[in-house]
Design a protein around this ligand. Structure first.
Ligand code: HMG
Ligand code: MG
Length: 325
């Protein structure tokens, strides 16, 4: 079985637009966020309070946040790499933030200019400040299956970083396949390692679609054993150990990150393509009878709006196909 409701976290305005060559005007970003919210998305990641030297695309974070912070129909988290970013975010009206660590030492260095341990210390300080302001903090782990420099990342390293973020108070941990190299073959052992230390209901999956593997990866992340066919707990360990394939169905994650029109990438992960397209995720979940609260037609209009602005075809296969019929 799979969960009856999946919470989609739309990351297009942040993860998508951070990687655009041309800087998108503030007014277009604001309009995109408004359209995404009106499609029914419960969470829309709005921007990042990071160094404008590192990510010039989001240098207008303060103006974007000030323009959207009155929106009440959705949560609008923003990325904050340190206490400086956290304070700027709160001053601009942010009510929720996200911190982003990596399971790869090299990626941590190239993305946030410090080691994994240094980043955890920084994020600890962000979590303390957030607690004082009663601001919920989401935690990302990037490079959960592969790193552009180090190659394969061991699941134990991902589990370690995820647990650290969880223990410092993150309400949700998003597991990012930053460069989109994962397949169910590598994602399953990674999720099993993380789920041994952080409960499934606190996890989200964040796939980039470089190799076209996002939808199968999402589907296996949602899978769980139906209670009707569940094996008595006294036997479960024994049976699952003897039938390795059965264990792969016990994930039950119900939060999925995606990006409208498949926007996105990562400025510090060359060649990585955008996130899985939100339209494609909604189309798959609609087909499975899973509720998301998202109106696909309205979502497609938001996708069309930003694709027209960027002057290119949508990265969503669903959007392209439905435009023809
Ligand atoms: P640094 O250069 O080591 O920082 O950068 P620093 O503390 O030495 O400060 C240097 C300068 O930056 C100073 O300014 C600071 O004031 C300023 P100067 O004196 O030179 O004029 N500064 C800031 N300005 C604005 N906001 C701030 C801030 N902090 C310092 N918050 C730093 C370290 C972390 C700041 C930098 O590396 C950075 O901003 N990195 C962000 C990179 C980024 O946004 N990457 C993309 C997001 S992660 C991602 O996409 C993965 C994800 O999608 C999941 C997945 O796909 O796996 C989440
Ligand atoms: Mg990402």
């Amino acid at each position: 079985g799979i969960p009856k409701f999946v919470k989609i976290v739309e990351v297009g305005p942040r993860d998508g637009l951070q990687n655009e060559k041309n800087i998108v005007p503030t007014s277009v970003k604001v309009e995109l966020i408004r359209r995404l919210v009106s499609s029914g998305l419960p969470v829309v990641e709005a921007t990042s309070f990071v160094s404008p030297k590192w990510v010039p695309q989001l240098a207008d974070a303060k103006d974007v946040m000030k323009a959207v912070c009155d929106i009440e129909d959705a949560r609008l988290p923003v990325l904050t790499p340190n206490v400086k970013g956290f304070e700027a975010a709160v001053a601009a009206g942010a009510k929720e933030v996200a911190i982003f660590a990596s399971a790869s030492e090299s990626f941590s260095k190239s993305n946030i200019n410090c080691s994994i341990e240094e980043s955890l210390a920084r994020y600890h300080a962000v979590c303390l400040a957030a607690k004082e302001h009663s601001v919920p903090v989401r935690g990302y782990v990037s490079c959960v299956v592969g790193c552009p420099v180090e190659g394969t990342i061991p699941p134990s390293k991902v589990a370690y970083v995820a647990k650290e973020l969880y223990d410092m108070g993150c309400f949700e941990i998003s597991l990012g396949d930053t460069i989109g190299v994962g397949t169910p073959g590598t994602v399953i052992p990674m999720l099993e390692a993380v789920m041994a230390v952080v409960p499934a209901e606190k996890l989200a999956v964040h796939f980039h679609d470089t190799y076209g593997q996002s939808l199968p990866n999402i589907l296996i992340s949602l899978q769980k054993i139906d209670s009707a066919v569940r094996i008595p707990s006294t036997l479960a360990g024994v049976v699952l150990a003897q039938i390795p394939k059965l264990s792969m169905f016990q994930m039950g994650i119900s939060t999925v990150d995606s990006s409208v029109a498949g926007l996105g990438g990562c400025p510090y992960a060359k060649g990585a393509s955008g996130n899985v397209a939100t339209e494609d995720v909604v189309y798959m979940l609609n087909g499975l009878g899973v509720k998301t609260n998202v109106d696909l037609a309205k979502l497609m209009l938001a996708g069309e709006f930003i694709s027209n602005h960027l002057g290119r075809q949508s990265g969503s296969k669903t959007a392209v196909a439905l435009c023809r019929v």
